[in-house]
Design a protein around this ligand. Structure first.
Ligand code: NOJ
Length: 547
C-alpha cells in the first residue's frame, strides 16, 4: 500500500447499528434512509469512517450476527438500492464505510444450513462441521460462558451433531472446505463492488481455530488469502479483525505484511479500564508494553466501549475484581463471567471530569479511535434489557416524545429508549447538547477535530514517558511534529516533570487540556485531579504552520 492509502491510520471511526439509529418511515425500525438523513450530523461531528453493524437478512437472535443471506439488506432496514445510496451520500461527505463480515457461522435459518441438514448429498452438507457422535473432549470452550451448554448440538433432522462456537442457532462454517472459502471471497467482492472500504472480520480469533486441531495457526493461510483478495480488488480497502486473547494469540494476526491491516485493541482496552478503576497511569503503560509488534502498515483500533460486553478476560483475577467492584458492583451489571454490560458514562457515574479523562486517553493513545453511537452525548444503559441489549438502546436525538428516533409507538421498536434516571433522553440528547456550549457533544467535536489535525497520534512513534508518579500516564507520539500528552488518573492534584518539555529548539503549544493552565516551566506540569494536557512541540522556525 502506498503512504496515502494508509487512511485508516488517520481515521476517527463511529460504530452504529442501522436499526437503532433513525427511523424514516415510521415503522419503528431504524433504516438506511434514516441514516442518510443523519449523515450531516456525523460529518459535522467530524468522524471519517462508519463501522456498520450487520444489516443483512437475519432472524435477529444475535443482533444480526446470525446471517441468513450475505448478499442482501434486511427488508426492515431498506433495500440494496438504499444501501448504495447510503454509500454514495457518505462518500460525498468524505466518510468511508466498513461492514461486518460474519463468516465464522451462519444463522441456522440460512438456506445453506437448511439444505445441509435435509440433504447429506448436497454440497452444502460440507459447508458445516458435523459429527456422528458427540465429541468427548471438545477442543474449545463456548464463547459465551453461562449462556451455552457446549459447542456441539444435536440436529434432529440431520441426526448428527454440528459445531457452533457461539449460540446453538449459529452453526460454524467449515473453513477447510475450499467451496466455503470461495464463497467468502464472493461475498467480499460483492460488497467491495458496492463501495465499502473494508470489513470487520467478526470473531477472527475463533475463525482461525480448527475444530479438530488445537493449533491456532491452521487457518492463518485463509487470513492471508483474504488479504490478497482484498488487495487485488481494491486500492485501499482494509481488513479489521475482531480478535481477542493474550498477546501471543493476537500477535499472529499482525505477523508480517500479509495479514490484518487493523485489529481491535482488546488488551489496551482492558488496561484502560484497570487504570480508571485503580486510578493509576501505570496500568495503561502496561497495556501498551504488552502489545505484540506489528508491521508499519498495521494499526490498532482503540476503543472504550462498543455493542458487546467490556471483556476483562486477559486481566489477572485480582485486577478483574478491581474493575468489577468499581464499575459493576451489582451482579446484574456483569455478563459471561468475564464482562460488564454497561456503557461508559454510567460506569463513571456521569462524572464529566472522568468521562473527559477517558476519552482524552482514547483520542491520544497510539492507534485509531472508534466510538459507539451515543457515546458523544454520554448515553446510558438499560439493565432491565437482557444480555448485551443493555448497551444497544435507540439513539437519543431530542427531548421530544420518542427522542426523535421514530414516530411509531415504542412497542414497535427493536429496543426501547432510556427514559428514566440521569441518562433519560429528556436530559441526554443531541439537540439539547448542541445548544449548550459546555456540553459533552461540543467537547467531543473539539477533541475529534484536534485528533484529525495531529496525524502523529495515528502514525507516529510512541514512547512512554516516566514521571515517577504512578497515578500519572504520560506519552509522546512523534512524526513531523511531536505530541506529548499527560493524564492524571488520580483524584488528587499533582505536579510531574516531563523532561521532553524542557525542549530548547521548539515552541511548546498547549493544544488541549481540562483547564486553563500556565505553560510548564522547566518541564514542570501541573495537573488537577483527573486532568489531561496535550502539548505539541513545533520546531521554532515552523511554529506558525499547521495550527
Ligand atoms: C462478535 C459480535 O461482536 C457479537 O456481538 C456476536 O454475538 C458474536 N460475534 C457472535 O456472532
Amino acid at each position: 500500500m502506498r503512504e496515502r492509502d494508509l487512511w485508516y491510520k488517520r481515521a476517527v471511526m463511529y460504530a452504529l447499528d442501522v436499526e437503532t439509529f433513525q427511523d424514516s418511515n415510521d415503522d419503528g425500525i431504524g433504516d438506511f434512509q434514516g441514516l442518510i438523513g443523519r449523515l450531516d450530523y456525523l460529518a459535522t461531528l467530524g468522524i471519517s469512517c462508519i463501522w456498520l453493524l450487520p444489516f443483512y437478512p437475519s432472524p435477529n437472535r444475535d443482533n444480526g450476527y446470525d446471517v441468513m443471506d450475505y448478499y442482501n439488506v434486511d427488508s426492515r432496514l431498506g433495500t440494496l438500492g438504499d444501501f448504495a445510496a447510503f454509500i454514495h451520500e457518505a462518500k460525498e461527505r468524505g466518510i468511508r464505510v466498513l461492514v461486518d463480515l460474519v463468516v465464522n457461522h451462519t444463522s441456522d435459518q440460512h438456506p445453506w444450513f437448511q439444505q445441509a441438514r435435509h440433504h447429506k448429498n448436497s454440497k452444502y452438507y460440507d459447508y458445516y462441521v458435523w459429527s456422528k457422535e458427540k465429541p468427548k473432549e471438545p477442543i474449545a470452550q463456548p464463547a459465551f460462558a453461562g449462556e451455552q451448554a457446549g459447542i456441539w448440538s444435536y440436529d434432529e433432522i440431520a441426526k448428527e451433531y454440528y459445531l457452533h462456537r457461539f449460540y446453538s442457532h449459529q452453526p460454524d462454517l467449515n473453513l477447510s472446505n475450499s467451496e466455503v472459502r470461495k464463497e467468502i471471497h464472493h461475498i467480499m467482492g460483492f460488497w467491495l463492488a458496492l463501495g465499502v472500504s473494508g470489513f470487520r472480520l467478526d470473531a477472527a480469533h475463533i475463525l482461525v481455530q480448527s475444530d479438530r486441531d488445537s493449533d491456532s495457526d491452521v487457518y492463518m493461510g485463509f487470513i492471508e488469502d483474504m488479504r490478497e483478495f482484498i488487495s487485488m480488488h481494491s486500492r485501499d480497502a482494509i481488513l479489521l479483525a475482531e480478535a481477542s486473547g493474550p498477546p501471543e494469540v493476537v500477535g499472529k494476526f499482525f505477523k508480517g505484511k500479509d495479514r490484518m491491516h487493523m485489529m481491535f485493541n482488546f488488551l489496551l482496552n482492558q488496561h484502560l479500564f484497570l487504570g480508571l478503576a485503580q486510578k493509576k497511569g501505570t496500568a495503561i503503560a502496561e497495556g501498551l508494553r504488552i502489545l505484540p509488534g506489528k508491521a508499519y502498515t498495521s494499526q490498532w483500533l482503540n476503543f472504550l466501549r462498543h455493542h458487546d460486553e467490556l471483556n476483562l478476560e486477559d486481566l489477572k483475577k485480582e485486577e478483574q475484581q478491581d474493575v468489577f467492584e468499581k464499575f459493576a458492583p451489582e451482579e446484574n451489571m456483569r455478563i459471561f463471567e468475564r464482562g460488564i454490560r454497561r456503557r461508559l458514562a454510567p460506569m463513571l457515574h456521569g462524572d464529566r471530569h472522568r468521562i473527559e479523562l477517558a476519552y482524552s486517553l482514547l483520542f491520544s493513545l497510539p492507534g485509531t479511535p472508534v466510538i459507539q453511537y451515543g457515546a458523544e452525548i454520554g448515553m446510558g444503559d438499560d439493565l432491565s434489557l437482557p444480555e448485551r441489549n443493555s448497551v444497544r438502546t435507540v439513539m437519543q436525538w431530542s427531548p421530544e416524545e420518542n427522542a426523535g428516533f421514530s414516530d411509531a409507538p415504542p412497542v414497535q421498536w427493536p429496543r426501547p429508549v432510556i427514559d428514566k434516571g440521569d441518562f433519560a433522553y429528556q436530559h441526554v440528547n443531541v439537540w439539547g447538547q448542541q445548544r449548550q456550549t459546555n456540553s459533552l457533544l461540543n467537547w467531543m467535536e473539539r477533541v475529534i477535530r484536534l485528533r484529525r489535525q495531529c496525524p502523529e497520534l495515528g502514525d507516529g512513534k510512541c514512547d512512554i514517558i516516566e514521571t515517577g508518579n504512578e497515578q500519572v500516564f504520560a506519552h509522546s507520539c512523534g512524526l513531523q511534529y511531536t505530541l506529548i500528552a499527560v493524564h492524571n488518573m488520580g483524584e488528587t492534584a499533582c505536579t510531574v516533570t516531563i523532561p521532553d518539555l524542557i525542549e530548547q529548539d521548539a515552541t511548546i503549544l498547549e493544544v488541549f487540556s481540562n483547564n486553563n493552565y500556565e505553560l510548564p516551566q522547566q518541564g514542570q506540569v501541573k495537573l488537577d485531579p483527573y486532568a489531561y494536557r496535550w502539548f505539541r512541540l513545533h520546531p521554532k522556525n515552523k511554529a506558525k504552520e499547521n495550527l
